[in-house]
Design a protein around this ligand. Structure first.
Ligand SMILES: [Ca+2]
Ligand SMILES: [Ca+2]
Length: 382
């Protein structure tokens, strides 16, 4: 018997099976007397179920009908141009951390890659999701693209889901400032002491802030003429190493859109207001200013004194401006009398107090002496 060529579907996507689709050809060689009593069927199978090209597909024929015993089925046919393509997977929406602080890289954090859909029962396929910004520069409305990679014993027969992307990514500028407050400086540890407060239960002084936070300060960004405050950041955390940060961050958080140049002013509760000696550009990705490494970093309104005080090789902000002055910040007799008048009645002078220049939780002669040494310091930038 002979048979015309079968029509075999040479390609399919991976389904875990070897089955190929086939339409049988036309059988010839059946005797007239047996017409209608012999029919042919065909099945086709890949040599294995895995993804690949140039795969072998074998077509097998079987005969059926009442006269089948008189015939032999046509020989099987082999094709070598079969292919199986990877099974395409889809995935649910990933969870992306849309905002980060500038770190020089494009990487974006993915907190959940999503759930794969389309893996065949009993097969092991995992997924990894990797997020990347379009570029590493600070900015808003940035695109983040998530790419997927597959893992697991059966990954080779699958295709990772298509990339996912969003256009509302943010990279914040890295703004770091370092200062040292004279009153809190500890010459033994070479770091800032932590400010104390009064604890009624313990009847003693305890740390005012948690962790390594010494005190809180305010930073102002002033316009190029200094007359206006363009941005103000209050209750920033001053760490014992002198770094100032926004709560629970490693930087001072800026509005993402900030640019231009500003004077930088530091205010604390009882140290004199101190300003950068020049304008700082906020156009780049990173803005770093260290008031402690050079006296020239701070603005001096009068050439007759240094704008910061050198202790242990670091430049410190002067302690002692406990009373705000109407025209410009000054440590003067008014501040001195304020401490002098209070330190004689010690009973009320425990706690987190403005008059407590060294932050140890009470007001006494040591605060007074510190202030006395700094009398007549003024730092006008108005
Ligand atoms: Ca004052
Ligand atoms: Ca004190």
């Amino acid at each position: 018997m002979t048979i015309s060529d079968p029509t075999v579907t040479l390609n399919k996507s991976y389904d875990g099976k070897t089955t190929a689709s086939v339409v049988v050809g036309t059988l010839s060689g059946v005797l007239d007397s047996d017409a209608g009593n012999v029919t042919v069927g065909a099945t086709a199978a890949y040599d294995n179920a895995n993804v690949g090209t140039g795969k072998t597909i074998t077509v097998l024929y079987t005969l059926s009908g009442s006269a089948v015993a008189n015939y032999v089925a046509p020989a099987s046919k082999t094709l070598t141009t079969g292919s199986i393509t990877p099974r395409v997977l889809s995935i649910s929406t990933p969870s992306i951390t849309l905002s980060k602080i500038y770190d020089g890289t494009t990487s974006a954090a993915i907190t959940s890659s999503g759930t794969l859909d389309g893996v065949l029962n009993g097969e092991t396929v995992g997924v990894g999701a990797y997020g990347a910004y379009s570029d590493a520069n600070a900015g808003t409305g940035k695109s983040i693209t998530v790419k997927y990679t597959l893992t697991g014993a059966n990954a080779g027969n699958y295709q990772a889901p298509a990339n996912y992307s969003v256009n509302n990514g943010v990279i914040e500028k890295r703004f770091t400032v370092k200062v040292s407050l004279e009153g809190l400086w500890n010459s033994s540890s070479k770091s800032l002491n932590k400010c104390k407060k009064w604890d009624d239960k313990l009847q003693d002084v305890v740390d005012k802030y948690a962790g390594d936070i010494a005190d809180t300060v305010t930073i102002e960004l002033h316009c190029t003429t200094y007359s206006n405050i363009s941005f103000s950041f209050r209750s920033l955390e001053l760490h014992q190493n002198g770094t100032i940060t926004t709560d629970s961050l490693s930087i001072i958080r800026l509005p993402a859109s900030i640019s231009g140049s500003y004077y930088l002013t530091i205010k604390s509760r009882n140290h004199i207001e101190t300003t950068s000696s020049s304008l700082l550009s906020f156009d780049g990705n990173s803005i770093d200013y260290d008031f402690t490494d050079n006296v020239s970093k701070s603005y001096a309104s009068d050439a007759s004194f240094t704008p910061t005080k050198q202790v242990d090789g670091k430049w410190m902000i002067y302690a002692g401006d406990v009373i705000s002055d109407t025209d410009y910040p000054e440590i003067n007799l008014g501040d001195l009398y304020e401490i002098f008048n209070h330190r004689s009645s010690l009973t009320d002078l425990y706690g987190y107090l403005k008059l407590d220049l060294n932050g140890d939780g009470f007001v006494d002669e040591s605060d007074l002496y510190m202030l006395f040494a700094n009398r007549n310091i003024y730092l006008s930038k108005e």
